[in-house]
Design a protein around this ligand. Structure first.
Ligand SMILES: Cc1cc2nc3c(=O)[nH]c(=O)nc-3n(C[C@H](O)[C@H](O)[C@H](O)COP(=O)(O)OP(=O)(O)OC[C@H]3O[C@@H](n4cnc5c(N)ncnc54)[C@H](O)[C@@H]3O)c2cc1C
Length: 380
């Protein structure tokens, strides 16, 4: 198991305390109301959760990738929705950091570094989900800038986001080589935040459509080069897949703890149910999966921190394993709690709903398996 540094241990303890004392008590309520918890948002701003990865010279904490994983793991342990908000900001931020030129950094990074300015990642479209090369949101060069028309769907943090990293195509026929990224501020005329999805889980984390109607974007807002947007997607997805894995780990850990606590006190046939092999083996299997996920995630995160950027294969392995683990552990936790687990009185049914999203976002687990298998063919 990867050892944490002193700084990372302090961060983990701080997050554990913050989440237990301030976030955990709100999770069930905002899951029902679907309302974004602005008070918690403010708490996250005050504790620097949105600028943790921003370099110190721009006002951020300048912390490493492992630290970002610690933050989302601990948040997900008490609420998947809050963790999703922080993780998806990191997705947009990662694209920004990779693609922004000096002028764009000066324009935005100080604001992001202040800690309340959110960056969004807008790739998915109604007809371009797994097949992201099929983007139809069209950016037409008008000489002095671009005019963009189209729509996006399932965009996390829509409405909260200050700056979207928007992926368009300059020519659908060019597929991957047409993909072009832009920085789009939330107030840009022609941008409309559309329908909010009524989701199964992660309910307090807004997921909406974005519509673009003759939206004009200056050339100065081109992120990276025309036709090179896919490179930004790839690096961002690599990093955020590990964050999704860390979120999954938080959910799985919490579900396991709930199951163990219940198994120790719930008695049937005159004994705690944890004494029955049928239950204890379920708990043991949870631990095996959770510990493997933890070891894998923090190993990959530390590789990124050491500057080994090409972690696409391991990011897919970690995302796939950890999210399948979260789904399995949360489902089994419901089983251990029996009828009580199936009610909203206990938190495990919410964990099961939140876990399901982990198998879908940042590329479904089928897409991860395709990636992994392709790599295997090259490796051996
Ligand atoms: C809560 C939530 C938050 C999200 N946040 C964002 C965000 O912030 N930004 C963003 O851009 N997107 C976001 N998404 C979108 C997400 O990335 C997509 O939903 C995901 O990539 C799958 O695309 P799709 O929904 O169109 O499914 P489809 O691509 O239609 O897939 C449907 C099914 O077919 C399977 N499938 C597709 N192709 C293949 C294949 N070749 N082989 C085998 N199986 C295949 C899939 O695995 C899946 O099971 C979010 C989604 C959710 C649910």
């Amino acid at each position: 198991m990867q050892e944490f540094t002193e700084e990372q241990r302090i961060l983990k303890d701080m997050m554990r305390k913050l989440c237990r004392e301030k976030v955990a008590g709100r999770a069930a309520e905002v899951d029902v109301t679907k309302e974004y918890p602005w008070d918690l948002h403010q708490l996250f701003v005050e504790n620097g959760l949105f600028n943790i990865r921003v370099p110190a010279e721009y006002g951020g904490a300048g912390m490493d990738y492992t630290s970002a994983c610690i933050v989302v793991e601990e948040l997900a342990r008490v609420d998947g929705a809050c963790a999703n908000t922080v993780a998806h900001h990191q997705a947009g931020l990662c694209c920004f950091m990779d693609g922004a030129n000096e002028e764009q950094r000066e324009r935005y990074l100080h604001r992001i570094g202040e800690g309340s300015f959110l960056v969004g990642f807008a790739l998915t479209e109604p007809n371009a989900g797994s097949d992201a090369f099929s983007l139809r949101t069209l950016a037409v060069d008008q000489g002095d800038g671009y005019v963009i028309n189209g729509s996006k769907c399932f965009i996390s943090n829509s409405g909260l986001t200050d700056l979207y990293v928007l992926f368009t195509t300059v020519d659908p026929a060019r597929r991957r080589d047409g993909i072009t990224a832009f920085l789009v501020e939330k107030e840009t005329p022609g941008l409309e935040v559309g329908k909010a999805e009524d989701k199964m889980g992660m309910r307090a984390s807004p997921t909406c459509q974005l519509n673009f109607s003759d939206m004009r974007v200056a050339k100065a807002n081109l992120l990276g080069e025309v036709g090179r947007g896919w490179e930004l997607v790839v690096q961002s997805l690599t990093e955020t897949r590990i964050l999704v894995a860390a979120m999954s780990l938080g959910i799985a850990q919490a579900a396991m703890e709930e199951a163990v606590s219940h198994a120790k006190v719930r008695e049937q046939f005159g004994r705690p149910i944890g004494d029955f092999q049928g239950v204890s083996f379920l708990l043991a299997d949870m631990a095996v999966q959770v510990e493997c996920a933890r070891a894998l995630i923090y190993q990959v995160a530390s590789r990124i921190d050491r500057g080994e950027r090409d972690q696409r294969y391991f990011a897919s392995v970690a995302k796939c394993f950890a999210s399948d683990t979260a789904m399995k552990v949360a489902t089994d936790a419901v089983q251990v709690l029996g009828g009580y687990g199936y009610t909203r009185e206990y938190p495990v049914e919410k964990m099961m709903r939140d876990a399901k999203a982990m198998q879908i976002i940042e590329g479904t687990n089928q897409i991860q398996r395709i990636q992994i298998a392709r790599n295997l063919m090259k490796m051996y």
